[in-house]
Design a protein around this ligand. Sequence first.
Ligand code: ATP
Length: 340
Amino acid sequence: MIQLKNISKTFYSKNKEVEALKDVSLEVKKGEIYGVIGYSGAGKSTLIRCVNLLEKPSSGDVYVNGQKMNSLSPAKLREARKKIGMIFQGFNLLQTATVYENIAIPLKLTGVSKDEIAKRVDKYLEVVGLQDKKESYPSQLSGGQKQRVAIARALSHEPEVLLSDEATSALDPETTESILALLLKINKEFGITILLITHEMHVIQKVCDHVAVMENGEIIEQGTVMELYSDPKKETTKKFVNSLFPHDIPEAGLNVMKQQGPIVTLTFVGESAGRPSLSMVSKKFDVHTNILSGNIIQLKTQPYGRLVAHIQGEKAETDKVMEYLREEGVRVDEVNIDEL
Ligand SMILES: Nc1ncnc2c1ncn2[C@@H]1O[C@H](COP(=O)(O)OP(=O)(O)OP(=O)(O)O)[C@@H](O)[C@H]1O
């Protein structure tokens, strides 16, 4: 549905050059939710803005639904953009217009008839659960409600693709949940393909099928959400995954433990998440195990769990434990203290 092929983007300002995107390629399939995560300045906004050509790539090609966006005439590009909705962190609503007008005005500008406008405003306000706020002004709405209006406005153009630029970053955790649930609903009900950018792993975990990690203008790792969570390769990806499993064990304590046996992360995916593999270890082998932190989280498709444990015992015995756990389908990684 969306293909970015070898996209580079360089900004020139005064006597400075910033390479915001360096040879970035990605493909978002029809009907999926694709997340791009990265720290501030990684190039995420520039990347998502290249999809609808709000930002023109310095080189490379952008395809949306088979159309090469970067070689369309201005008129054709305007047509193509109608099929690409976008929502933003700051909502971008007209403050002096009512909710109704915020949705109706852009429709009017694209030549939709008055009757059709009335129908669509009603339909999409119902989808986002704000039928009773038609005559309200943005200043009378909460952040979550403002984002719902922005989503209704995007949907009212009946797009095939929705671009989400940090849409939940300004919202509290509970409101974030409700907006993510709404994104899942519109993806499912209307089959809209969603490309979103975020700096929060939680957002990726809840709604995405695929994820790409960006750093310094490059995609450093990409795959299904499960692949990246269970086998992160790059340091930055590991940091993002670790952010979901905070611990508060002091470093001095960890150093003492390390001298008495390895500290390991145990990753449980799907079926293995339900097995009591670790509790069997102390019975079968001459070791003591101590769980330092752990959590099971629900990814979009299946549970994913991770424990950090200390295995205390002689090396020969702790090696056997790790082998046993691996045979049980648990991923075992010995970790250094600075990786926790
Ligand atoms: N119009 C511009 N002119 C000059 N430099 C820019 C422009 N837009 C972005 N940049 C630079 O490009 C790099 C990538 O910025 P971008 O906004 O895409 O990153 P980001 O990952 O979205 O970060 P954030 O989450 O903070 O928005 C940064 O170094 C930024 O300063």
